[in-house]
Design a protein. Structure first.
Lengths: 165, 781
């Protein structure tokens, strides 16, 4: 078996350019964690079901375990470490905290990123819609109850903030 | 005085790091130069290992070492599981199998390489020669004569068998006007924490010391095992548990992979790490819950239970990481739950099969409430009576407490009638029945499920002694006030999402007299935490909270004694510490003394000659607390389900629980535990299933096959708190977090059977998958 060759790729992660050498087969999730040292992106299943590794690619939620780092040239990636621009918790993060919408916290970054993107397009969701949007993220601890409460609250706060602009 | 911290829904201290991606789970710990381990696993359910060819893999790029069971046998000792329990056969397993594999996923070789991708590449170069053997995949057939033996040192696959009888059940059955039989079949499931297993072992050759990073619920017992099996002293091993991405009982045992990685780090004198993938986690970590129960009840014509007989058989899989009677025995021990049953007999069997080994999963005894409530419903059906009335006739009243069950278990501070009646009233049963009737006419089949739960939460040492199981139930804690007045505390528990850093800060805050935000709890490091039994069952709140309460109180006494001396008082009787300030009662009013906890700490550490004569310098207290034999909490679960008869689909439309779990440290966190437990129960009943086919192939190797409930399947959960304190422990806690699983299993089954009642069929097995529901209804709906 021959050595696997690495190739250079420039990633734009959380607004910063990162030039790295990776094997073409290296997953984006592993690259973010190992080469970019951003360990907030968690790997739960490596087959695209659990949603823990969700990041935003050009603003859209994607499973980083189903992407290769070499596919990401020219795309803007946002991880949990970059979701807040001002160092404060975002309304989604803050609502999850207040409503006890996380326990072990392993699935939480994927849920935050999924919901950040979804609420931007769905500012006034019903409970059923929230549950449907959340169904791509598995959580083994919370029973989802408080996550649903938190997302509804975050949506209300985001609407309020927008109305006040 | 300021409000007590206990009882407040304080937001969690843990959250900020988790919400911002700064948690430190196992794989987030960077260890420079660490090698990566990957395991080669058996593709056969049962086969002799004839040869393992590792040479090609050893030469592959990046590979540092390839080892098999023979290598490990030189570096480690075997695990012998031989507690002195009557009817339980001793077994022994090597670190990796040497002669034969016993299930799909059994690890046969380990590759260590410079990165995980290269280690997995090399796995393809390992050739194992097997001689396939007949696989035992069904626990009933496992007991047939002439069947293959999973463990060839045993005479049969019946690894454990115990019987018990109290009162005179035979006579009651002979005399009773009616005998009702029922069956309950629960399917194989697995814990599925979203973070899979893993570890990172760092052997320090210079100090001859191993640091083991591993997300583990019981760091100290784990260290004892790890040191013993590596032939090291407990001084040579430190277990450091990072943030854990869910445990649910899967992260208790010392697994063979972890021991292998530790032994390899020592042999190679380099750090070695391992993280399993989801496929390995589903195939080869541990499984749970596969049981069949049969009950017979002797009853009078009103449904009063005169005697009960229970037979349980459990599929324990291929290896024993726990005594094989361990879980089924608890089902047999507490099955009567909130009901009055004085004549009782049980028969408890555990069987080895060619499946992944068994591990306790959140509510290991989880089916027990379903078994009891389902038996009562069978009685009601047989007699044509209302199952609510049959429950009432048999249910214990407060005046009968303390009540000694036929098995000897004692129920004391429980409020089963209270939660039951509150739940029925809150649900408005009469209105539901009207709606049910009207909907049935429209072809909508709705059912109400009821499940009363008596949850065994906290096992004291006396329980283990009485049950003849080796085990200890105490927990330990220390609380320290540092020279600046900062408060640190620790316990032997380890969190995997329970919010200990928040709730136990509340307990210490009240015990000591400081604000909860000023208490920091550090856990999970065996060098700094006290030796305790760790987190399992629902013991944390009662055992750990009790130990922390006692340590905090002991330290407060010392603080106040010092304060009295500094204030020139003879006694500390009229002093208290409140939010870190020493106050004195003068004329019935609490007033400040000008002394703070920091002042006291300064003296205790830095000016010890001012301490009362004979008092030792410093401010710390260490306490251990051994709870009573068993602590119980109780709850009533009501669930409304709709069975779509054309498709077999089930939807849950309402879920209500009334719970009494004693003193609650943090109501928000306790509610979160209830939600999570109920969701796990629902998910197991409706969706999750580990499926082995007849050849022992595991067909549930991904999350596309092993389905966890999503936010769509789990309903909103209404909680009514009806807590009354426990009188037998320092905090009044009764414990909780597994009862939700028990109640959900029972109430969902009950609701579906209520919905199915017009068709004259009974669902007695799980999961309630659409094809099963349709098979019941075929030709009937």
């Amino acid at each position: 078996m021959s050595e696997v060759q690495t190739v250079p790729v420039t990633l734009r992660v959380n607004g910063e350019e990162k030039r790295i050498l990776v094997e073409p087969r290296k997953l984006l999730s592993d690259t973010l964690r190992e080469d970019c040292h951003l360990t907030g992106t968690h790997v739960g299943c490596e087959h695209g079901v659990c949603g823990a590794c969700t990041v935003l690619v050009d603003g859209r939620p994607m499973r980083s375990c189903l992407l290769y780092a070499v596919q990401m040239a020219g795309r803007a990636i946002t991880t949990i470490e970059g979701v807040s621009s001002d160092g404060q918790l975002t309304p989604v993060q803050q609502a999850l905290h207040e409503a006890h919408g996380l326990q072990c916290g392993f699935c939480t970054p994927g849920i935050v990123l999924t919901m950040e993107a979804w609420l931007a397009e769905n500012p006034a969701p019903s409970e059923a819609e929230i549950r449907d949007a959340l169904s791509g993220n598995l959580c083994r601890c919370t029973g989802y109850h408080n996550i649903v409460v938190a997302i509804a609250e975050a949506a209300a706060r985001l609407r309020q903030a927008k109305a006040g602009e | 005085m300021s409000k007590p911290a206990i009882g407040q829904s304080l937001p969690r201290k843990e959250d900020h790091r988790f919400l911002t991606g700064q948690g430190r789970y196992l794989d987030d710990i960077v260890v420079p130069g660490a090698l990566h381990a990957h395991f080669v696993r058996s593709p056969h359910a049962h086969a002799r290992i004839l040869a393992i060819h590792t040479e090609a893999a050893a030469r592959a790029p990046g590979v540092v070492r390839v080892v098999t069971g023979r290598d490990l046998a030189q570096w480690t000792t075997s695990l012998r599981m031989a507690p002195p329990i009557q009817g339980l056969h001793p077994v022994e397993m090597t670190t990796l199998p040497i002669d034969k594999v016993r299930f799909i996923g059994d690890p046969v070789a380990c590759i260590v390489a410079t990165d995980r991708y290269l280690a997995e590449d090399a796995a393809e170069l390992i050739a194992v020669e097997y001689e396939e053997l007949a696989a035992v995949t069904d626990m009933t057939r496992a007991l047939a004569p002439g069947v293959a033996l999973v463990d060839e040192l045993l005479a049969s696959n019946l690894i454990s068998h115990q019987t018990f009888s109290a009162g005179d059940p035979a006579r009651r059955f002979a005399e009773a006007p009616v005998v009702v039989e029922a069956e309950f079949h629960q399917h194989r499931q697995t814990h599925a924490p979203i973070e899979t297993r893993g570890c990172c072992a760092q052997w320090d050759e210079g100090r001859r010391h191993l640091t083991m990073h591993v997300g583990n619920q019981v760091p100290h017992p784990y260290r004892t095992q790890l040191a013993r099996r590596l032939r090291l002293s407990e001084s040579q091993v430190t277990v450091v548990s990072p943030d854990i991405g869910g445990g649910f009982g899967q992260k208790i045992a010392l697994y063979r992979e972890e021991l292998t990685v530790a032994a390899l780090s020592r042999a190679l004198k380099r750090p070695v790490r391992w993280r399993e993938d989801r496929n390995e986690n589903l195939l080869a970590s541990c499984h749970a819950r596969e049981d069949s129960v049969r009950t017979r009840a002797a009853v009078d014509t009103e449904g009063r239970i005169l005697a009960l007989e229970l037979k349980i058989i459990e599929d324990f899989g291929a290896y024993c990481f726990y005594p094989a009677n361990y879980v089924a025995r608890v089902v047999a021990l507490i099955v009567s739950g909130p009901y009055r049953i004085s004549n009782y007999a049980s028969d408890v069997k555990s069987v080895l099969t060619n499946k992944c080994g068994y591990g306790p999963m959140r509510a290991p005894m989880g089916m027990v409430s379903w078994v009891m409530e389902g038996t009562i419903e069978a009685i009601a059906r047989r007699l044509g009576r209302d199952a609510i009335e049959v429950r009432r006739i048999n249910m214990l009243s407060r005046s009968e407490l303390p009540y000694r069950m036929a098995t000897g278990e004692v129920l004391e501070d429980i409020t089963v009638r209270e939660t039951f009646e509150t739940a029925l009233e809150a649900f408005d049963i009469a209105r539901f029945r009207e709606r049910q009737r009207a909907d049935r006419e429209r072809g909508i089949h709705r059912g109400l499920g009821i499940c009363n739960v008596v949850e065994s939460t906290t096992y004291g040492s006396a329980f283990f002694k009485a049950a003849g199981i080796p085990g200890s139930g105490y927990e330990a804690a220390w609380v320290k006030v540092e020279p600046s007045g900062a408060v640190n505390a620790s316990t032997g528990l380890m969190a995997s999402g329970q919010g200990y850093e928040t709730t136990f800060a509340q307990v210490v805050a009240d015990a000591l007299g400081v604000a909860p935000e000023d208490v920091r709890l550090t856990i999970g490091n065996t060098d700094t935490a006290p030796y305790g039994m760790g987190s399992r069952g629902a013991r944390g709140g009662t055992a750990g909270g009790g130990a922390l309460m006692l340590a905090g109180q002991a330290l407060r006494e010392k603080v106040l004694s010092i304060a009295a001396a500094l204030l020139g008082l003879n006694s500390s009787g009229e002093l208290r510490l409140a939010r870190g300030q020493v106050e004195r009662r003068l004329g019935g009013e609490w007033t400040g003394t000008g002394l703070s906890l920091a002042d006291i700490a300064q003296v205790a550490y830095l000016d010890p000659l001012r301490l009362p004569s004979g008092m030792e310098p410093g401010l710390e207290a260490h306490k251990a607390y051994d709870p009573p034999p068993m602590t119980y909490s109780n709850s009533t679960h009501l669930c409304e389900a709709v069975v779509h008869t054309a498709t077999g689909r089930i939807t849950l439309e309402r879920y209500l629980v009334v719970e009494d779990c004693g003193t609650v440290y943090n109501p928000m966190i306790v509610a979160g535990q209830q939600h999570g437990a109920i969701a796990m129960g629902i998910s197991g009943v409706l969706l999750e299933e580990i499926v082995y086919d007849g050849s022992g192939q595991n067909r549930s190797g991904s999350f596309a096959d092993y389905m966890l409930a999503t936010a769509v399947e789990i309903p909103s959960i209404e909680i009514i708190s009806q807590h009354t304190p426990n009188r037998r422990n320092p905090t009044g806690s009764k414990g909780m977090s597994e009862g939700g699983v028990m109640g959900a299993i029972g109430s969902v089954m009950s609701a579906v059977n209520d919905a199915l009642s017009p068709f004259g069929v009974v669902a007695d097995r799980q999961p309630l998958a659409p094809d099963y529901i349709r098979s019941l209804l075929r030709g009937k709906a």
